[in-house]
Design a protein around this ligand. Structure first.
Ligand SMILES: [Fe+2]
Length: 135
């Protein structure tokens, strides 16, 4: 069961970015499903790694466009991205040590962070990238 679905309310109006956000949300749901089904830590670790890799890929796409077009708020936005990637890295570590279990606070964190980030931080770049290429 999905704990969260992408909805048009969090669309940034840029198809490639919306598609990447959908994929991130779907991976977070996969982490959730695996935890709730009490899958082995190797299975959960594998999905967390996929989430980490895809997050790095997606943030990289945004950041390349920020640099290319000298997006004014790029420094703060990159700091936010790094904090999320670091947090996922911590979760991978904790999972490796067998300390993660079913952690509702972890799932809430992963989903709340990305939703807030899209709605507050990503939305800020939408007017700037209106006639430019991103993603
Ligand atoms: Fe972002």
């Amino acid at each position: 069961m999905n704990l969260f679905e992408w909805t048009p309310a969090i669309s940034v109006g840029i198809n490639t970015i919306d598609d990447q956000h959908k994929k991130l949300i779907s991976l977070i749901n996969d982490v959730s499903d695996a935890m709730k089904a009490r899958k082995a830590k190797e299975v959960i670790g594998d999905i967390l790694q996929q989430l980490s890799d895809y997050t790095v890929y997606h943030f990289g796409n945004e950041e390349r466009a920020f640099d290319k077009y000298q997006y004014p708020d790029r420094a703060n936005h990159k700091i936010a991205h790094k904090s999320y990637v670091d947090k996922i890295g911590e979760l991978i570590e904790r999972n490796n040590k067998g300390e993660l279990g079913i952690s509702i606070s972890v799932l809430d964190f992963l989903m709340d962070w990305i939703t807030n980030h899209i709605m507050k931080t990503d939305m800020l770049y939408v007017p700037f990238f209106k006639d430019k290429e991103i993603g």
